[in-house]
Ligand binder design. Structure first.
Ligand SMILES: [Zn+2]
Ligand SMILES: [Zn+2]
Length: 149
């Protein structure tokens, strides 16, 4: 029995992992607002830490860091599964909503707060907020999170 399991809406993509994410983070940027509906909540894992089965369709664009991002969606239902960002080599960001126990994933950091929906509040779980893409700060957060994982 894996610690975390999940998948897309139609069930053709399945994922599982025995590890907690290194970092759960929220993105408030306009691109994510279009792609996710409101805000992006992603669980960051190293490449090999989550096993994914099923066929995904890739969509490439330039992210807020100015570097390439590739989104992977279910080829059938279109559900967003994960993103791979050039800014974070070796890492995969899984959409929190595809995990069966998504309510147990709390964001610790957020970026692009200058674009944040004005009514959106958290319960204090977010410890680090950044106005822009904050790639180097997030890498520091990842390294800190690795120590107490
Ligand atoms: Zn699907
Ligand atoms: Zn974003």
């Amino acid at each position: 029995m894996s610690k975390h399991t999940g998948g897309c809406h139609c069930g053709k993509i399945k994922l599982e992992t025995d590890l907690d994410p290194m970092l759960v983070s929220m993105c408030n940027c306009g691109r994510c607002r279009t792609l996710f509906g409101a805000v992006a909540l992603v669980a960051m894992y190293a490449d090999e830490e989550v096993s994914v089965v099923g066929e995904t369709k890739a969509y490439e664009f330039i992210g807020g860091s100015g570097m390439q991002v590739i989104n992977h969606c279910c080829a059938d239902c279109g559900c967003r599964i994960s993103s791979v960002a050039e800014a974070f080599p070796g890492m995969v960001m899984f959409v929190v909503g595809v995990f069966d126990n998504a309510t147990s994933f709390e964001p610790k950091g957020e970026i692009f707060t200058n674009y944040k929906l004005p009514w959106l509040k958290d319960d204090g779980c977010i410890q680090e907020s950044f106005e822009e893409s904050a790639v180097s700060e997030r890498i520091m957060l990842l390294l800190e999170a690795l120590e107490d994982r």
